[in-house]
Design a protein around this ligand. Structure first.
Ligand SMILES: Cc1cc2nc3c(=O)[nH]c(=O)nc-3n(C[C@H](O)[C@H](O)[C@H](O)COP(=O)(O)OP(=O)(O)OC[C@H]3O[C@@H](n4cnc5c(N)ncnc54)[C@H](O)[C@@H]3O)c2cc1C
Length: 386
C-alpha cells in the first residue's frame, strides 16, 4: 500500500525540532555573507539525517528513499536549503550500488559518521552541457593509476567535500559502438587532488550556492579508485539519477509549502482597503491553486519513492515528480512574492532568498526541457529528439 505524507509525522517533527535551532535569521545571514551553513550541516550530520540512505551494516540508518525525501522536504519547509548538503545523502549511492566491497567498507561508515564528506559529483562540462555522452574529460590508464585531463563546470560543494565522484571518458567516443559506452566513474580524494593536478575556481552565482569550475591537468588517480567496471560509468550514473530526482522534488515541495504558509499568514494579516488582502478572491485563488499543484506533485513524489523502495522501475515517476514539484514550487514562489507586495523584495522577509533558491530547480540538476524529452521518448514512445 502506498504511504501518504501523514505516515511520517514523527519523522517530520524530529527534523523540524532540529531545524528550529536554525531560524530564518541564520540562513539570511549566511546568504548575505555568501557563507556555508556549517553549523546546520554539522547538526544534520550528527543527528544522522544525512546518513538516512546508508544501510545499517555500513553505519547508516538504512531508511528508504521515502523517508529520505521527507527529511529533505522538512529542511526546505523550515526555511533552510538542502542544496548545501543533499549530495552527502545521495552521492554515496553510486558507491553503494557499484563500488567494491573494499570501497564500501572503507568509505561508507566514514561517510555515515560525517568524518568524510562525499558531497560532490562532477559530470557537467562547459562545452557539452546537457549532452553528457560527449564529455571531453579523459582518464587514461597508466599502470596502477589513471591520468585525468579536462574541465568541468558547476560542480557543487567541492570546497566542503573530502571526496568527489567524477565521470570521465576512458574510451574515446569515436572508438565506441554506442555513445553511452566508454565512460567511467572515479572516486577522487579531493584532499590529495587539489593543487596536484586539480584546480578549483569558484563561480559567483545568483543563489548562495557553493559551485565551481574544475580544471584537471594530468591528475593522477589510483586505479583502485575506479568505481565498478571501466566503461560502465554512464550506466551507473543513470542508476542514481532517479533517487536524486525524487529527493530534489521533495526539496521543491518543502520550498512550496514554505511559500504557501508564509503567504497565507501574510495575507490573513495584511490589511488594505479595510480588510485582509487574502479576503479578495484575486489573492486567495492563486494561493489555493499553487497549493493544489503542490499536493499533486507531492503525491507523484511519494509514488516515485515507493517504487524506488520496492525496487520497481521509477524513471518516469521520478522525472515527472521533479518536473511537477519544480513547477509547483516556482508557482508558489511567484504567488508568495506577489502578495507580499513591496515587502517581498525586502531581505528581512526571506521571500526573495527562497525565491532565488527555488528558481534553480527549473535548470539543475536537470532542466525542465530535458525531463520533457525523457517523458516524450521513454514514456510516450515519440521519436528521439537529440
Ligand atoms: C547552481 C548550479 C549547481 C550545479 N551543480 C552541479 C553539480 O554539482 N554537478 C554537475 O555535474 N552539474 C551541476 N550543475 C549543472 C547542471 O546540471 C546543468 O546546468 C544543467 O544540467 C543544464 O545544463 P547546461 O547548463 O549545460 O545547459 P545547456 O545544456 O547548455 O542547455 C541550455 C538550455 O537549453 C535547453 N536545451 C538544451 N538542449 C535542448 C534540447 N535538445 N531540447 C530542448 N531544450 C534544450 C536546456 O533545457 C536548457 O534550458 C549545476 C548547475 C547550477 C546552475
Amino acid at each position: 500500500m502506498r504511504q501518504s505524507k501523514d505516515d511520517y509525522q514523527t519523522l517530520r517533527e524530529a527534523v523540524r525540532a532540529l531545524c528550529a535551532q536554525f531560524p530564518d535569521a541564520y540562513f539570511r545571514e549566511i546568504d548575505q555573507q555568501r557563507g556555508y551553513p556549517e553549523a546546520f550541516v554539522s547538526a544534520l550530520t550528527e543527528a544522522g539525517w544525512l546518513a538516512a540512505l546508508i544501510p545499517e551494516e555500513y553505519g547508516g540508518s538504512g531508511l528508504g528513499l521515502t523517508e529520505a525525501s521527507v527529511i529533505m522536504e522538512e529542511i526546505n519547509r523550515c526555511g533552510g536549503n538542502s542544496g548545501a548538503c543533499h549530495g552527502q545523502m545521495y552521492n554515496m549511492g553510486t558507491l553503494l550500488r557499484h563500488g567494491s566491497e573494499r570501497q564500501k567498507r572503507d568509505y561508507l561508515p566514514r561517510i555515515a559518521s560525517g568524518e568524510l564528506r562525499l558531497q560532490s559529483m562532477a559530470v557537467t562540462e562547459p562545452t557539452t552541457g546537457s549532452d553528457t555522452t560527449r564529455i571531453k574529460t579523459r582518464a587514461v590508464r597508466r599502470g596502477d593509476h589513471y591520468r585525468v585531463s579536462g574541465q568541468k563546470v558547476w560542480i557543487s560543494r567541492v570546497q566542503h567535500s573530502d571526496l568527489m565522484i567524477l565521470l570521465a571518458r576512458t574510451t574515446p567516443l569515436e572508438q565506441t559502438s554506442r555513445r553511452s559506452e566508454g565512460m567511467s566513474l572515479f572516486l577522487i580524494d579531493l584532499r590529495e587532488a587539489v593543487g596536484r593536478g586539480l584546480s578549483v575556481q569558484p563561480i559567483a552565482n545568483m543563489v548562495n550556492h557553493e559551485t565551481n569550475e574544475l580544471f584537471f591537468d594530468e591528475l593522477e588517480v589510483p586505479a583502485e579508485n575506479l568505481i565498478g567496471e571501466e566503461g560502465q560509468g554512464f550506466r551507473y550514473l543513470l542508476d542514481g539519477l532517479n533517487a536524486e530526482r525524487a529527493l530534489i522534488a521533495a526539496e521543491c515541495i518543502g520550498d512550496g509549502r514554505w511559500f504557501i504558509e508564509r503567504v497565507a499568514e501574510y495575507g490573513r494579516e495584511r490589511q488594505v482597503f479595510g480588510r485582509p488582502i487574502a479576503q479578495n478572491q484575486g489573492v486567495q485563488f492563486p494561493i489555493a491553486r499553487a497549493h493544489v499543484n503542490l499536493e499533486a506533485a507531492s503525491l507523484m513524489r511519494f509514488e516515485a519513492c515507493a517504487r524506488f523502495d520496492a525496487r520497481q522501475s521509477c524513471g518516469a515517476e521520478a522525472n515527472m515528480a521533479k518536473l511537477l514539484a519544480a513547477d509547483a514550487s516556482w508557482e508558489a514562489a511567484n504567488v508568495c512574492l506577489q502578495f507580499h507586495g513591496g515587502f517581498g523584495f525586502a531581505c528581512e522577509y526571506d521571500v526573495e532568498r527562497k525565491f532565488r533558491e527555488t528558481r534553480l530547480y527549473q535548470v539543475a540538476p536537470i532542466s525542465t526541457n530535458l525531463i520533457l524529452a525523457y517523458v516524450a521518448e521513454h514514456v510516450l514512445g515519440l521519436p528521439r529528439s537529440f
